[in-house]
Every structure is written in structure tokens, then in C-alpha cells.
Design a protein. Structure first.
Length: 106
């Protein structure tokens, strides 16, 4: 059984026990539980994509860690003008462990 969930404007395929890296959830502390909205649930051969049924299904997950991603270097350069700019960025992530996916009501 797995589900497609939405978090931070992105979609993730999750199953029970998976640890997924999502954009930082600033209000949650390590050990808290969060609910993720579901876009699709696959249970064996049964696929549930009806939005009316999926409204009641929320994937349960536990916050494992907050951390930063790899450094990204942003370089800007224009030829023959002496223009150079260097900038770096490290995205903040939250690691969550999926603890439960409720079955769709039939």
C-alpha cells in the first residue's frame, strides 16, 4: 500500500515506514506528528483517486529531523564587463517518517 501526498508544493510517493525529505515545516518540533493531504491511494489493485473520498484520508507522519540540504552555488557572469556575482544557498528540509495510511472507505 502506498500513497501520493502533497507537501510544500511537491508530491511524494510514500509507504508506511518510509522516511521522506520534505520542505521545512517550521511549526513542528522533532517527535511531533503531522497530517499530509492525500492525492492518490493504491492498495493492491484498488486505486482511489476520487477527491470526495480522499478528503477524509490524511497520511500520518512523525517528524524525525530538521536539517539543511547540499550547498548550491549560483554564479552570474557577463563577458567583457567585469560583472561577476557569487551566491550560495542551502535549502532547509524536514525528515518525516510515515506511520500510517488509512484505508479508503468503500
Amino acid at each position: 500500500m502506498y500513497a501520493i501526498v502533497r507537501s510544500g508544493g511537491r508530491q511524494h510517493k510514500v509507504a508506511v515506514g518510509d522516511i521522506v525529505e520534505v520542505d521545512k515545516i517550521p511549526t513542528a518540533q522533532v517527535g511531533d506528528t503531522v497530517e499530509l493531504s492525500t492525492l492518490l491511494v493504491v492498495d493492491g489493485d484498488a486505486v482511489t483517486s476520487d477527491p470526495w473520498v480522499l478528503d477524509g484520508i490524511k497520511v500520518q507522519a512523525e517528524i524525525v529531523d530538521h536539517h539543511k540540504g547540499a550547498k548550491i552555488d549560483i554564479l552570474r557572469y557577463k563577458n567583457k564587463t567585469g560583472y561577476r556575482r557569487r551566491q550560495g544557498h542551502r535549502q532547509q528540509y524536514t525528515a518525516i517518517k510515515v506511520t500510517g495510511i488509512p484505508a479508503a472507505a468503500k
